[in-house]
Design a protein around this ligand. Sequence first.
Ligand code: OGA
Ligand code: MN
Length: 321
Amino acid sequence: MSALFDVLTAHPFFFRRPVPDSSHQAGVAAGAQGFSVRPIPQPSGTQTRLGVEVVGLDLSRPLGPDDFARLQQAHLDHSVVVYRNQRITPAEQIAFSRRFGPLQRHVLRNFQLADHDEILIVSNIIENGQPVGLGDAGAYWHSDLSYKPQPAMGSLLHAQELPDVGGDTLFADQVAAYEALPYTLKQQLVGLLAEHSYLLKYEALRERNAFRPALSAAQVAEVKPAVHPVVRTDPQTGRKSLFVSEHFTTRILGLPEGRSAALLAELFAHSTQPQFVYRHHWRDRDLVFWDNRAVLHLATGVPAGQRRKLYRTTIEGDVPV
Ligand code: OGA
Ligand code: MN
């Protein structure tokens, strides 16, 4: 094939369909693990670039440098990467997460794992009248920690206990959502900044969930609102993505209140349409790693009586530009 073809296909965004990866059986470098990265078929028949599964990799064993480079590439290309069947300890989850950057600690200290405060327990389980974790994480579409000056680059959620039914997590591609905006709307968004606040939905969540604790003055001070571009650009790839969400984005700066609210409502509705969404149905010991710069996510919830517990690590990202 022509040199042009080679150049195009080498570009990570040219062939956006997840391409079945060779499992690197032949010529595996010393220390490397022969794993494959492949698309996850969607029952709905729709397919986005999000959602590839890594099969045949054991994160409790050392990774070769080539292995890590392949994983990083899969992250950049697909934004939601599912590591199947990981029998890893909290310490191993922390160690793997740290390879991608420094970890962030959640403001709700009471839901951190004992001896591992880098892990936030996400769970609806109540033991002895006390919640074992944060039960309603992800009740609204959001990007983790977008209310911080340096929001989370990525989050990793490791399944500990899964319900028989329900509990799926939805991910919406904010690169595709941005690209699909009408040209005139893209023009309107140039240079706009929005405020993000942890407190926006906090009281609404507390009304629905008796186990959500009141915040202390110190906690409120820790989550002062942050201001970020409405459209952010990944400095590494040049990709633009929408960076607003119903959970945390309060207003667009410099617009009259009504105009700001209307524009945000339009963007929220646009950004989470089904054609941008990958629905993750959890399997035992899945470790799911998503890129908060490029996707929004939402917990679909579990029926009463169903138990669900996952461990989350959160990787600090750059100041969005
Ligand atoms: C989170 C989150 C969604 C879920 O842990 O950050 O939003 O489905 N979780 O548990
Ligand atoms: Mn979340």
